[in-house]
Design a protein around this ligand. Sequence first.
Ligand SMILES: [Zn+2]
Length: 82
Amino acid sequence: MEKEKNTKKENLEEENFWEESGFVEKIKPGEMEEKMKTFHKGHNEDMNFKCRKCGKKISAHNKDWHDGMCDNCFNKEHSKGV
Ligand SMILES: [Zn+2]
């Protein structure tokens, strides 16, 4: 079970890394692995979702990593206080 400890440590370091970006704090530790699948997908892969702001088609990547918004809305939302 020592391997598990190593994995947990890596996860912690990863969380700290993401906290600095200011956005991914909502992601629960268990969701991280699931989301990493879409992280590596392109912005135009799996366009099966809709932007929650303007309704434009968005990719699975945007749903998970752009707060459920298209690039435009995400940039608007997050360009403010950053
Ligand atoms: Zn949008």
